[in-house]
Design a protein around this ligand. Structure first.
Ligand code: HSE
Length: 444
């Protein structure tokens, strides 16, 4: 058996998890015994660490790892766009296989990285980039290949799922729970990427490209976060039989209206909070857990559930990818003689074009919305007329109480084109008797 060398870039949370698996190989896959953690790149040599690495293996010179002739596989767990992107490209140029947990780099620079990798005959493995320890990437690449996938719906961000779960269970506000999550170290000091839906956007772009076989431009992914979800909305949703979740959705819709101008193979890709029926499989995915519900023909539905972040779960995905590359090296499907034509077709990237993505205004969905109105005769009639003018049909309408002098009215619509719904809302907002549209959420 040959022996393969890993160069690890980064010894933070995930890198430490990887180091710990390498220090404790017993009972894991035997191929792991053929792989050595050769060099480890860190920012500072002085830091105390939860994994012991020999001083002569540690370096702050990350570039020396990606150019090291003895390194076969470069594992990038630095996070962030740079220097991660440049180091990955340089490693590829030096013939190294890549294992990365970096969804931000892959979702933005996938074309550049996979094209370079294809030309160099090396693999870029990304299991850890989406949903941490949940094996969704290999499931899409290998296990579900027989299916025509019609939808991928994920809870892909643990921070926001934790915040929404805590809001649901305690009745407290977004700001209060976020502050507590930051104090406990569950949320980042700068929570933007998580709470504004950007992290989930990167992840669903990657899943969509694997599920539907074409690249996705990140700017085509509609992304909304959870800052506007209020304790009142969670309470109303609860009474109506829903929980609110941040969903990442990629779909090839089969339910487009017959007069839709959208081409049939156009995808919907979106991240936003949504009301999820309490009976739906994703409704009971709580706290920091992630889940991905895949639907395909002939399979039907399959849901993958598990820890979406953290040292152990993410390292599980990283090390499994390292083992996959070692297996390819062992069997001669990777190495100095490998060219793009001889790469393993299920593990190399096979996407070359970009998918068309539908604008959010063309989405056909149900809406939940909450209005504050004057408590006057005829207000509900005016609301109904404005909705009717734009073809919006109401499923339910309840006047639930008061906030100060304003009456609070909650409406759930039947499925409607989003552009038509927003045109109705514009008209409603211009009514003298409407004080505000307090919230607007889609319903799954
Ligand atoms: N920040 C992410 C989350 C984990 O909260 O799920 C890393 O992708």
């Amino acid at each position: 058996m040959g022996c393969f060398n890993v160069g690890l870039l980064g010894l933070g949370t995930v890198g430490t998890g990887v180091g710990q698996i390498f220090q404790d190989k017993e009972g894991r896959h035997p191929l792991l015994n053929t792989i050595a953690l050769h060099r480890v790149g860190v920012r500072s040599l002085d830091k105390s660490r939860a994994v012991s690495i020999a001083p002569d293996q540690l370096t702050t010179d990350l570039q020396s790892i990606v150019t090291d002739p003895d390194v076969d596989i470069v594992v990038e767990v630095l996070g962030g766009l740079e220097p991660a992107r440049t180091l990955i490209l340089e490693a590829i140029a030096h013939g190294k296989h890549i294992v990365t947990a970096n969804k931000a780099v892959i979702s933005r620079y996938g074309e550049e990285i996979f094209t370079a990798a294809g030309q160099a005959g090396v693999y870029v493995m990304i299991e850890a980039a989406v949903a941490g320890g949940i094996p969704v990437i290999q499931s899409l690449k290998q296990s579900l290949g027989a299916n025509r996938i019609s939808s991928v719906i994920g809870i892909l961000n643990g921070t926001t799922n934790y915040i929404l779960t805590q809001m649901q269970q305690s009745g407290r506000s977004f700001d209060a729970i976020l502050a507590e999550a930051q104090r406990l170290g569950y949320a980042e000091a700068d929570p933007t990427a998580d709470v504004d839906g950007l992290d989930a956007g990167d992840k669903i772009a990657i899943l969509a490209s694997l599920a539907f076989g074409e690249r996705i431009k990140l700017e085509d992914v509609h992304r909304e976060g959870i800052r506007t979800v209020s304790a009142s909305d969670i309470a109303y949703a609860d009474k109506l039989g829903f929980v609110i979740k941040l969903l990442a959705i990629a779909k090839r819709p089969s339910d487009r209206p017959s007069d839709s101008a959208t081409a049939p193979d156009t995808l919907q890709i979106r991240v936003h909070p949504a009301l999820v029926p309490k009976t739906h499989p994703l409704a009971s995915v709580n706290d920091v857990y992630n889940a991905v519900l895949l639907e395909g023909e002939p399979l039907g539905q399959v849901m993958l559930f598990g820890p979406g972040a953290g040292a152990g779960p993410t390292a599980s995905a990283v090390v499994s990818d390292i083992i996959n590359v070692a297996a390819l090296l062992q069997t001669g499907q990777a190495g100095s003689e490998t060219s793009v034509t001889s790469m393993h077709p299920l593990l190399a990237c096979s996407h070359h074009s970009y998918s068309a993505v539908e604008p959010i205004t063309e989405l056909n969905t149900r809406f939940y919305t909450r209005f504050l109105t004057k408590d006057h005769p005829g207000v509900i009639g005016k609301l109904g007329t404005c909705f009717g003018n734009h073809g919006v049909s109401l499923e339910s309408l309840v006047q639930t109480g008061f906030q100060g002098d304003s009456a609070e009215i909650v409406v759930v619509t039947h499925a409607v084109r989003e552009g038509d719904f927003r045109a109705a809302l514009d008209e409603i907002q211009s009514l003298e008797s409407i004080d505000s549209v307090s919230s607007l959420l889609r319903v799954l």
